[in-house]
Design a protein. Structure first.
Length: 489
């Protein structure tokens, strides 16, 4: 195989598929290669957070995700086969006008990937399955990837989205710095349970004797949690092994793990559809970029699954990177724009790793921070405020741009798409001409939660600049090398 493309995406997980969808709608040629023969078959990353739902809305798949998913069920604590009472695993969010999605949705990872893959094919993209990258070299003009079956792929840029054991990251010599969150091994499996043996109304928690369910993996003993997966007959099993025991991934081994930790018998597990093991760890790549190769998703950061942050942080990586690659490759933006990917995303990943670890150890609940709506880039070189905020609640540069009513619709309807949006709030100031392929102008007389003035909204839904006049915007575009937004630039 000898191929050329603009962007080589290594890995067809949630990260790679999200990035490929975003690039495809921007008209950027991307080749996705996946070592496995097909999409990932398990439920592992099953929690989709509100901010990720906003990304999926923009990419045109939120409806399918919501149809396939469901709200997390209330936890039910068991001991010796007796229900001990409900346990609220998640803090209940209050609906707010600034966010269309209030809480997380459970969707098995395999289904999320199927939906993203279907969207990619709709956009004209594809995945080369059974294609393994074994080496990577780069020069001033591009990247050359060597393939296991022979042949090469030549691309302007490559993105390593090939997981925590990333072959591309290792080939680049980029290290991972982190810690073992829990030295004890964990089992995760998709199972089916005999009808009537366990209800599907609760997320069933089986803590060790004397432990509170909030301790989870921090309890110090064996535990299990069995969660019904929405829309299908499967349950997801998570079990911890202590005392030097190792998970047995065979169907009989999974059945024995269930029988040892719950009141169910081995025979109650009628089918084991997928199983894997892992040791929870938190690790961050020492760099997210080496020349023309960028790291995203688990290749850049590895989380404990306790916080439900890994898949979501990975999708946000792709969403941050997609518009920047598009601006450089399709619109002639300065290649230095890609430096802001590591600047913005590595700091966020570090915060999410800390959050996941605290939740794993039971020192923090699954609250507002896990929904990722409060994440932002105020310290980014792409964020600039030139107007004085009237209050602490006023959106600032680097913040996620909040939703709000807009006539008969919503602001998010105006933001949806691969473009920048120049939002003029309760002001008649003259606006500069913008390149229609890259930016749109939206005026609104409604103010809340914005103050009067101008807001430049990035394609990934964050505020890049705030100000009062055309001259301030021009200076911002020049300072950030985004002059390509100006018409005729």
């Amino acid at each position: 195989m000898a191929a050329t493309t603009e962007v080589l995406v290594v890995g067809a997980g949630p990260t790679g598929l999200t990035l490929a969808c975003d690039l495809a709608r921007r008209g950027v040629r991307a080749l996705v290669v996946e070592r496995a023969a097909g999409l990932f078959p398990g439920s592992r990353g099953k929690g989709v957070q509100p901010r990720t739902l906003e990304v999926f809305d923009d990419l045109g798949v939120a409806g399918a995700i919501l149809a396939a998913g469901g709200a997390p069920p209330v936890g039910m604590v068991w001991r010796d086969g007796v229900r001990q009472g409900e346990y609220r695993m998640f803090d209940e969010p209050e609906p707010v006008d600034s966010a269309p999605y209030a809480g997380p949705v459970l969707v098995p990872q395999w289904r999320t990937q199927e939906i993203l893959y279907a969207r990619l094919t709709e956009l004209g993209g594809s995945v080369a399955f059974g294609t393994e990258v074994t080496g990577i070299a780069q020069d001033a003009d591009g990247v050359t990837a060597s393939l296991a079956g022979g042949g090469t792929v030549r691309a302007a840029y490559a993105v390593a989205a090939d997981g925590g054991r990333s072959a591309v990251r290792r080939a680049l010599g980029i290290g991972m710095t982190g810690e073992t969150v829990d030295p004890q091994p964990m089992l995760v499996a998709d199972i089916r349970i005999a009808e009537g043996a366990l209800d599907r109304d609760n997320w069933h928690v089986f803590p060790p004797a004397g432990a509170h369910p909030s301790e989870g993996a921090a309890s110090g003993g064996d535990f299990a949690a069995i969660c019904p997966l929405p829309g299908i007959a499967d349950f997801q099993l998570v079990a911890r092994f202590t005392g030097g025991a190792e998970p047995d991934l065979s169907p009989d081994g999974v059945r024995e793990a269930v029988a040892a930790r719950t009141h169910l018998t081995a025979a109650d597990v009628t089918e084991v559809r997928w199983a894997s093991d892992f040791r929870p760890r938190a690790a961050l790549a020492d760099a997210f970029r080496a020349g023309r190769v960028l790291l995203a998703g688990d290749a850049a950061h590895v989380h404990s699954p306790a916080g439900g942050q890994g898949l979501n942080t990975s999708v946000q990586d792709a969403y941050n990177l997609g518009w920047k690659l598009g601006a450089v490759l399709r619109h002639g933006a300065d290649a230095g724009l890609l430096d802001t990917y590591e600047e913005e995303r590595r700091a966020v990943a570090a915060r999410m790793l800390d959050l996941s670890t605290r939740i794993h150890h039971g020192t923090e609940r699954r609250g507002a921070a896990t929904r990722q709506l409060g994440l932002g880039y105020r310290d980014s070189s792409l964020s600039l405020d030139t107007s004085t905020a009237a209050s602490d609640s006023t959106p600032r540069a680097g913040d996620r741009a909040p939703d709000a009513p807009l006539g008969a619709g919503r602001l998010f309807d105006a933001f949806r798409g691969p473009h920048f949006t120049l939002l003029a709030v309760a002001t008649d100031t003259e606006l500069p001409p913008l390149d229609g392929d890259m930016a749109r102008v939206q005026r609104t007389a409604d103010r809340a939660p914005y103050e009067p003035g101008l807001y430049l909204i990035r394609p990934d839904g964050y505020i890049a600049w705030t100000g009062q006049d055309e001259e301030g915007l021009r200076k911002y575009l020049t300072s950030t090398k985004l002059e390509v937004l100006s018409s005729g630039a």
